[in-house]
Design a protein around this ligand. Structure first.
Ligand code: BGC
Length: 433
């Protein structure tokens, strides 16, 4: 079975990682702007980054050249709100113009409301540790929805809660660079309430019938063979893993409270949190074969396994198994909100950027996704991460995920070979990958 006719072929980005213009047109600092020093490789920061804020028209033209049907981007909260209750019209204008530009190019905008750039003013009010965050987030949601929902239909409330809480508050490697494991239950509850209130605000205020989801991270475990026992075991590990999905999503999608959260979520909380969603979005880069778990090597996979520049194992089968598992568990159409690889790309002597590994990665992963579609899993789209090279959080700029190469000194863009290949794949709707 081929990819569906109206498949949302796309690519993704996030405001802080690509926009730059960190203090322009009324944008106030977010936690990454204010707190990154001493936490990012070589103290790099995203004050300029890919400068998408100034290059957005050129970027949309390149997306059109690639033939994207959709583009997933996030709105920067500190760009559109200067303080509690204070809207920054210039910030709103930027996203409104971006949406117009996309629609003009025939590209469906998919909007993420929170991709980790919490305004400093909200952080100083207690941030994700404070119960107030869910109301602040709902207020911010209303402002964005009022401005964009006449044209935007697809909404994702938050990106990878596992990561902004896990890396930001447990590991201390992402902003706000804290290690407060004792706060974990509070953080989980606050994020769920924020998601629930935001979803309600979207449903109540959107001018176009909205499609609401989120973008959790969705790596998991794959079975070693196709026997029912192996499959069951892989499934169990996928959902029971601490950073896996049941703890973070079951209350939201199923209205079920895992043991670890018992006593934390009241009936009233659950009513807010458990809102119907329209799709199951998830970011996925790789998976573990469950046997790896017992290998006790401290890393994933076998010796000499193919790895990306992040050191992440290349495991295309995750795009077959995880959509199957998640559809079976959550019964929602699947949207791959991120998948892609980092490379150490550079511009060759011939002026092109040759990235054969990325082409191979793309094709291998998409083949597996197609297998899931063949077996009846409704997959509505695929967003490659990322549309362009960008600021890779604590890793700075070395690791390039983009389809478009960015020279950060000049802002010059070059379509990588993989962008041309993706264009070809999209033009034949994924036939014969
Ligand atoms: C995040 C992106 C990040 C990418 C690669 C995801 O965890 O949503 O912001 O750049 O993966 O690390």
């Amino acid at each position: 079975m081929p990819f569906p006719k109206d498949f949302l072929w796309g690519a993704a980005s996030a405001s802080y990682q690509v926009e730059g213009a960190a203090a322009e047109d009324g944008k106030v600092p977010g936690i990454w702007d204010a707190l990154y020093k001493g936490h990012v490789k070589r103290d790099e920061n995203a004050a300029v980054s890919a400068d998408h804020y100034h290059h957005y028209k050129e970027d949309v033209a390149l997306m059109k050249q690639i033939g994207l049907k959709s583009y997933r981007f996030s709105v920067s909260w500190p760009r559109v709100m200067s303080a509690e209750g204070v809207v920054n019209p210039k910030g709103i204008e930027f996203y409104s113009n971006l949406v117009d530009e996309l629609l003009c190019a025939g590209i469906e905008p998919l909007v993420t409301l929170y991709h980790w750039d919490l305004p400093m003013w909200a952080y100083e009010m207690g941030g994700w540790e404070s119960e107030r965050i869910s109301d602040l987030f709902a207020e911010y949601t209303r402002i964005v929805v009022d401005a964009l929902s006449d044209r935007v239909q697809y909404w994702m409330t938050v990106n990878e809660p596992q990561c902004f809480i896990g890396a930001g508050y447990l590991g201390g490697v992402h902003a706000p660079f804290l290690q407060v494991p004792e706060k974990m239950p509070t953080l989980l509850r606050n994020y769920m309430l924020a998601h629930g209130k935001s979803t309600l605000v979207i449903r109540q205020n959107a001018k176009k019938p909205p499609k609401v989801g989120m973008a959790p991270v969705g790596s998991g475990y794959t079975p070693a063979d196709n026997s029912p026992e192996e499959i069951e075991r892989a499934k169990k590990l996928t959902y029971e893993d601490m950073m896996g999905l049941s703890l973070w999503l079951d209350p939201i999608i199923l209205g079920e409270v895992p043991d670890m959260l018992k006593g934390l979520l009241s009936e009233e909380d659950l009513q807010i949190i458990h809102q119907p969603l329209d799709f199951f979005g998830f970011n996925i880069y790789n998976s573990q074969n469950y046997e790896d778990q017992n290998a006790d090597k401290g890393y994933q996979g076998y010796d000499g396994m193919p790895r990306t520049a992040m050191g992440w194992a290349v495991t295309p089968e995750c795009l077959y198994w995880m959509p199957k598992f998640h559809y079976e568990r959550y019964h929602l159409p699947i949207l791959i909100t991120e998948n892609g690889m980092a490379n150490l790309d550079w511009v060759s002597l011939d002026g092109a950027v040759h990235d054969p590994q990325r082409i191979d990665y793309l094709r291998r992963y998409l083949r597996e996704l197609e297998k899931a579609i063949d077996e009846g899993v409704p997959v509505i789209g695929y967003q490659y991460w990322s549309i362009m090279d960008n600021f890779e959080w604590a890793d700075g700029f070395d690791r390039r995920f983009g389809l478009i190469y960015v020279d950060y000194r000049t802002g010059k863009r070059t379509l990588k070979d993989s962008a041309h290949e993706y264009a070809r794949i999209i033009s034949v709707n994924g036939a014969g990958i």
